[in-house]
Design a protein around this ligand. Structure first.
Ligand SMILES: [Zn+2]
Length: 309
Protein backbone atom coordinates (compact mmCIF):
# COMPACT_ATOMS: atom_id res chain seq x y z
CA UNK A 1 0.00 0.00 0.00
CA UNK A 2 1.42 3.40 -0.94
CA UNK A 3 1.68 6.11 1.69
CA UNK A 4 0.24 9.51 0.81
CA UNK A 5 1.63 12.42 2.79
CA UNK A 6 -1.09 14.33 4.61
CA UNK A 7 -0.98 18.09 5.00
CA UNK A 8 -3.44 20.31 6.78
CA UNK A 9 -3.95 23.74 5.16
CA UNK A 10 -1.73 26.53 6.49
CA UNK A 11 -3.44 29.45 8.28
CA UNK A 12 -4.02 32.72 6.39
CA UNK A 13 -3.36 36.18 7.89
CA UNK A 14 -6.12 36.97 10.42
CA UNK A 15 -7.29 33.38 10.04
CA UNK A 16 -10.85 32.71 11.23
CA UNK A 17 -11.31 29.71 13.51
CA UNK A 18 -14.00 27.98 15.60
CA UNK A 19 -14.69 27.60 19.29
CA UNK A 20 -15.95 24.02 19.69
CA UNK A 21 -17.94 22.54 22.59
CA UNK A 22 -19.50 19.13 23.15
CA UNK A 23 -23.28 18.73 23.58
CA UNK A 24 -25.05 15.90 25.37
CA UNK A 25 -27.10 13.99 22.79
CA UNK A 26 -28.17 11.04 24.95
CA UNK A 27 -26.64 7.62 25.46
CA UNK A 28 -27.44 4.18 24.10
CA UNK A 29 -26.24 0.66 24.73
CA UNK A 30 -25.87 -2.17 22.23
CA UNK A 31 -24.24 -5.61 22.09
CA UNK A 32 -20.45 -5.43 21.75
CA UNK A 33 -20.57 -7.98 18.93
CA UNK A 34 -22.30 -5.37 16.76
CA UNK A 35 -19.30 -3.05 17.01
CA UNK A 36 -16.11 -5.05 17.60
CA UNK A 37 -14.82 -7.96 15.57
CA UNK A 38 -13.83 -11.00 17.59
CA UNK A 39 -16.82 -10.81 19.96
CA UNK A 40 -19.14 -13.79 19.33
CA UNK A 41 -22.81 -13.08 18.74
CA UNK A 42 -23.56 -15.23 21.79
CA UNK A 43 -21.71 -12.79 24.05
CA UNK A 44 -23.80 -10.78 26.52
CA UNK A 45 -21.21 -7.97 26.67
CA UNK A 46 -22.73 -4.57 25.96
CA UNK A 47 -21.19 -1.23 25.11
CA UNK A 48 -22.71 1.98 26.43
CA UNK A 49 -21.91 4.92 24.21
CA UNK A 50 -22.93 8.56 23.93
CA UNK A 51 -24.24 10.20 20.78
CA UNK A 52 -22.69 13.62 21.02
CA UNK A 53 -23.48 16.81 19.21
CA UNK A 54 -21.10 19.77 18.93
CA UNK A 55 -21.52 23.53 18.86
CA UNK A 56 -19.04 25.47 16.74
CA UNK A 57 -18.88 29.28 16.86
CA UNK A 58 -17.18 31.05 13.95
CA UNK A 59 -14.74 33.72 15.18
CA UNK A 60 -15.18 36.11 12.23
CA UNK A 61 -18.96 36.08 11.77
CA UNK A 62 -20.24 34.82 15.12
CA UNK A 63 -22.28 32.18 13.24
CA UNK A 64 -23.32 29.17 15.28
CA UNK A 65 -23.10 25.71 13.74
CA UNK A 66 -24.27 22.46 15.32
CA UNK A 67 -22.65 19.29 14.00
CA UNK A 68 -24.81 16.20 14.73
CA UNK A 69 -28.08 16.23 16.68
CA UNK A 70 -27.56 13.10 18.76
CA UNK A 71 -30.40 10.76 19.69
CA UNK A 72 -34.08 11.58 19.94
CA UNK A 73 -35.56 11.42 23.43
CA UNK A 74 -37.39 8.19 24.12
CA UNK A 75 -40.46 10.18 25.20
CA UNK A 76 -40.52 11.99 21.82
CA UNK A 77 -40.29 8.88 19.61
CA UNK A 78 -44.01 8.60 18.92
CA UNK A 79 -44.35 12.23 17.76
CA UNK A 80 -41.16 12.80 15.80
CA UNK A 81 -41.55 13.15 12.01
CA UNK A 82 -39.88 10.25 10.19
CA UNK A 83 -39.74 8.00 13.25
CA UNK A 84 -43.12 6.33 12.65
CA UNK A 85 -41.73 2.94 11.54
CA UNK A 86 -38.90 3.07 14.06
CA UNK A 87 -41.33 3.85 16.90
CA UNK A 88 -43.75 1.16 15.75
CA UNK A 89 -41.02 -1.48 15.96
CA UNK A 90 -39.33 -0.14 19.08
CA UNK A 91 -42.41 0.65 21.14
CA UNK A 92 -44.74 -1.99 19.68
CA UNK A 93 -45.55 -5.56 20.70
CA UNK A 94 -42.81 -6.62 23.12
CA UNK A 95 -43.02 -10.18 21.88
CA UNK A 96 -41.76 -9.24 18.43
CA UNK A 97 -38.08 -9.82 17.75
CA UNK A 98 -36.12 -7.11 15.94
CA UNK A 99 -32.40 -6.23 15.87
CA UNK A 100 -33.54 -2.69 16.61
CA UNK A 101 -34.56 -3.76 20.10
CA UNK A 102 -30.97 -4.71 20.85
CA UNK A 103 -30.39 -0.98 21.28
CA UNK A 104 -31.49 0.57 24.55
CA UNK A 105 -31.88 4.19 25.56
CA UNK A 106 -29.63 4.76 28.57
CA UNK A 107 -30.23 8.47 29.16
CA UNK A 108 -32.50 11.14 27.86
CA UNK A 109 -30.05 13.95 27.27
CA UNK A 110 -30.69 15.85 24.08
CA UNK A 111 -28.80 18.40 22.03
CA UNK A 112 -31.30 21.26 22.26
CA UNK A 113 -31.47 20.99 26.07
CA UNK A 114 -27.68 20.81 26.23
CA UNK A 115 -27.49 24.02 24.18
CA UNK A 116 -29.91 25.78 26.52
CA UNK A 117 -27.96 24.66 29.57
CA UNK A 118 -24.88 26.22 27.96
CA UNK A 119 -26.68 29.51 27.30
CA UNK A 120 -27.56 29.08 23.61
CA UNK A 121 -31.14 28.87 22.37
CA UNK A 122 -31.77 26.42 19.48
CA UNK A 123 -33.37 29.20 17.44
CA UNK A 124 -30.08 31.11 17.59
CA UNK A 125 -28.33 28.32 15.65
CA UNK A 126 -27.56 29.32 12.05
CA UNK A 127 -26.55 25.94 10.63
CA UNK A 128 -27.26 22.32 11.58
CA UNK A 129 -25.00 19.72 9.97
CA UNK A 130 -26.42 16.19 9.94
CA UNK A 131 -23.49 13.78 9.84
CA UNK A 132 -25.76 11.10 8.33
CA UNK A 133 -29.37 10.01 8.50
CA UNK A 134 -29.27 7.20 11.08
CA UNK A 135 -31.81 7.48 13.92
CA UNK A 136 -29.23 7.99 16.67
CA UNK A 137 -27.61 11.05 15.04
CA UNK A 138 -30.55 13.02 13.63
CA UNK A 139 -32.08 13.91 17.01
CA UNK A 140 -34.99 16.34 16.96
CA UNK A 141 -34.78 19.08 14.33
CA UNK A 142 -37.96 20.87 15.44
CA UNK A 143 -36.41 23.38 17.90
CA UNK A 144 -33.95 24.65 15.24
CA UNK A 145 -36.47 26.92 13.61
CA UNK A 146 -34.05 29.33 11.91
CA UNK A 147 -31.22 27.02 10.86
CA UNK A 148 -30.10 25.94 7.43
CA UNK A 149 -29.61 22.15 7.40
CA UNK A 150 -26.59 20.59 5.69
CA UNK A 151 -26.35 17.06 4.32
CA UNK A 152 -23.66 15.30 2.27
CA UNK A 153 -24.34 14.88 -1.45
CA UNK A 154 -24.57 11.11 -0.97
CA UNK A 155 -27.67 11.55 1.21
CA UNK A 156 -29.68 12.96 -1.68
CA UNK A 157 -30.70 9.52 -2.92
CA UNK A 158 -31.94 8.66 0.58
CA UNK A 159 -34.00 11.82 0.97
CA UNK A 160 -35.63 11.48 -2.47
CA UNK A 161 -36.33 7.76 -2.13
CA UNK A 162 -33.98 6.52 -4.89
CA UNK A 163 -31.66 4.77 -2.42
CA UNK A 164 -33.08 1.53 -0.93
CA UNK A 165 -31.80 2.70 2.47
CA UNK A 166 -34.78 5.07 2.55
CA UNK A 167 -36.88 2.04 3.51
CA UNK A 168 -34.76 1.09 6.51
CA UNK A 169 -36.44 1.86 9.84
CA UNK A 170 -33.12 3.13 11.23
CA UNK A 171 -32.70 5.64 8.39
CA UNK A 172 -34.78 8.76 9.11
CA UNK A 173 -34.83 10.32 5.68
CA UNK A 174 -37.03 13.32 6.54
CA UNK A 175 -34.89 14.48 9.46
CA UNK A 176 -33.94 17.79 7.89
CA UNK A 177 -36.68 20.26 6.86
CA UNK A 178 -36.70 20.01 3.04
CA UNK A 179 -37.12 23.76 2.40
CA UNK A 180 -34.14 24.62 4.56
CA UNK A 181 -31.80 21.82 3.45
CA UNK A 182 -28.67 22.21 1.34
CA UNK A 183 -26.55 19.32 0.08
CA UNK A 184 -22.78 19.68 -0.10
CA UNK A 185 -22.07 18.88 -3.75
CA UNK A 186 -19.10 21.08 -4.52
CA UNK A 187 -16.08 19.11 -3.35
CA UNK A 188 -13.51 21.56 -4.66
CA UNK A 189 -10.46 20.06 -2.97
CA UNK A 190 -9.25 17.06 -0.98
CA UNK A 191 -7.54 16.74 2.40
CA UNK A 192 -5.74 13.56 3.33
CA UNK A 193 -7.30 11.80 0.33
CA UNK A 194 -10.87 12.72 1.39
CA UNK A 195 -13.03 14.98 -0.75
CA UNK A 196 -13.35 18.33 1.02
CA UNK A 197 -15.44 21.50 0.89
CA UNK A 198 -14.37 24.81 2.45
CA UNK A 199 -17.59 25.56 4.32
CA UNK A 200 -17.17 29.30 5.06
CA UNK A 201 -14.78 29.92 2.16
CA UNK A 202 -12.10 31.16 4.57
CA UNK A 203 -10.29 27.91 5.41
CA UNK A 204 -11.77 27.71 8.91
CA UNK A 205 -13.91 24.56 8.46
CA UNK A 206 -13.74 21.81 5.89
CA UNK A 207 -16.57 19.36 5.35
CA UNK A 208 -15.08 15.94 4.57
CA UNK A 209 -16.81 13.28 2.51
CA UNK A 210 -16.44 10.27 4.81
CA UNK A 211 -18.51 7.73 2.98
CA UNK A 212 -18.75 3.98 3.61
CA UNK A 213 -20.92 3.95 6.74
CA UNK A 214 -24.04 5.36 5.06
CA UNK A 215 -24.51 7.44 1.92
CA UNK A 216 -23.73 11.09 2.53
CA UNK A 217 -21.79 10.65 5.77
CA UNK A 218 -19.79 13.84 6.41
CA UNK A 219 -17.18 14.79 9.00
CA UNK A 220 -16.17 18.29 10.08
CA UNK A 221 -12.54 19.43 10.23
CA UNK A 222 -12.41 22.73 12.08
CA UNK A 223 -9.58 25.08 13.04
CA UNK A 224 -9.57 25.82 16.74
CA UNK A 225 -6.96 28.61 16.81
CA UNK A 226 -5.45 31.38 14.71
CA UNK A 227 -2.22 29.50 14.27
CA UNK A 228 -2.97 25.96 13.19
CA UNK A 229 -4.81 23.81 15.75
CA UNK A 230 -7.55 21.50 14.48
CA UNK A 231 -10.37 19.31 15.69
CA UNK A 232 -11.87 16.54 13.60
CA UNK A 233 -15.50 15.74 14.44
CA UNK A 234 -16.74 12.38 13.20
CA UNK A 235 -20.13 10.67 13.33
CA UNK A 236 -20.33 6.93 12.71
CA UNK A 237 -17.40 6.30 10.36
CA UNK A 238 -15.69 4.75 13.34
CA UNK A 239 -17.46 3.61 16.53
CA UNK A 240 -14.59 2.76 18.84
CA UNK A 241 -11.04 4.07 19.32
CA UNK A 242 -9.59 0.55 19.12
CA UNK A 243 -10.88 0.34 15.55
CA UNK A 244 -9.38 3.71 14.62
CA UNK A 245 -6.02 2.67 16.03
CA UNK A 246 -6.06 -0.65 14.18
CA UNK A 247 -6.16 -2.73 17.37
CA UNK A 248 -9.23 -4.55 16.06
CA UNK A 249 -11.51 -4.45 13.04
CA UNK A 250 -15.16 -3.46 13.07
CA UNK A 251 -17.64 -6.31 13.27
CA UNK A 252 -19.04 -8.05 10.21
CA UNK A 253 -21.20 -11.16 10.71
CA UNK A 254 -22.93 -13.62 8.42
CA UNK A 255 -26.59 -12.67 8.69
CA UNK A 256 -27.73 -16.23 8.01
CA UNK A 257 -29.44 -15.18 4.77
CA UNK A 258 -26.42 -14.98 2.47
CA UNK A 259 -25.61 -11.42 3.47
CA UNK A 260 -23.49 -9.55 5.95
CA UNK A 261 -24.55 -7.94 9.20
CA UNK A 262 -22.35 -4.88 9.58
CA UNK A 263 -22.72 -1.33 10.91
CA UNK A 264 -21.26 -0.06 7.65
CA UNK A 265 -23.14 -0.09 4.38
CA UNK A 266 -19.91 -0.52 2.39
CA UNK A 267 -17.32 -2.16 4.67
CA UNK A 268 -14.37 -1.81 2.28
CA UNK A 269 -15.05 1.86 1.69
CA UNK A 270 -15.52 2.41 5.43
CA UNK A 271 -12.14 0.74 6.08
CA UNK A 272 -10.45 3.03 3.57
CA UNK A 273 -12.10 6.11 5.10
CA UNK A 274 -11.02 5.06 8.62
CA UNK A 275 -7.42 4.70 7.41
CA UNK A 276 -7.52 8.24 5.98
CA UNK A 277 -9.05 9.70 9.15
CA UNK A 278 -6.35 8.04 11.23
CA UNK A 279 -3.66 9.72 9.12
CA UNK A 280 -5.35 13.08 9.68
CA UNK A 281 -5.61 12.77 13.44
CA UNK A 282 -1.98 11.67 13.64
CA UNK A 283 -1.00 15.14 12.37
CA UNK A 284 0.61 17.49 14.90
CA UNK A 285 -1.89 19.83 16.61
CA UNK A 286 -4.92 17.80 15.49
CA UNK A 287 -7.41 16.23 17.91
CA UNK A 288 -10.33 13.94 17.24
CA UNK A 289 -13.77 13.67 18.77
CA UNK A 290 -16.09 10.86 17.68
CA UNK A 291 -19.82 11.22 18.37
CA UNK A 292 -19.93 7.76 19.97
CA UNK A 293 -16.91 8.22 22.24
CA UNK A 294 -17.13 9.99 25.59
CA UNK A 295 -15.84 13.55 25.64
CA UNK A 296 -14.03 14.82 28.72
CA UNK A 297 -16.61 16.36 31.07
CA UNK A 298 -14.68 19.63 30.88
CA UNK A 299 -15.46 20.16 27.19
CA UNK A 300 -19.24 20.51 27.33
CA UNK A 301 -20.84 23.86 26.53
CA UNK A 302 -20.24 26.54 27.84
CA UNK A 303 -16.67 25.23 28.07
CA UNK A 304 -14.82 24.61 24.81
CA UNK A 305 -12.22 22.10 23.64
CA UNK A 306 -8.74 23.45 24.36
CA UNK A 307 -6.79 23.92 21.11
CA UNK A 308 -3.83 21.54 20.78
CA UNK A 309 -0.63 23.52 21.20
ZN1 LIG B 1 -24.87 5.51 11.68
Amino acid sequence: MSWTPVALPAPAPNQAYLDVSALDGGRLACPAWMILSGVPMTSSERLEVPSLGFLLSHSASGKKVVYALGMPRLEDLSTLPGFETFAHIYLGDEGKVSPLRLFTFESDGCVHDSLKKGGVQPEEVDVVVISHLHWDHVGDARPFTEAEFILGSGAKGITNGEDPQTQSPVVIHVSAPAKRTRFIENWETSIGGLKAHDFFGDGSVHVLDTTGHLGGHIAFLARTSLDGSWILLVGDTVHHMSILHGECDFACHDNGHGGVLCMHRDPEMARDTIRKLKALVDMPRAQLQIANVNADEGFYLPVKFAPVT
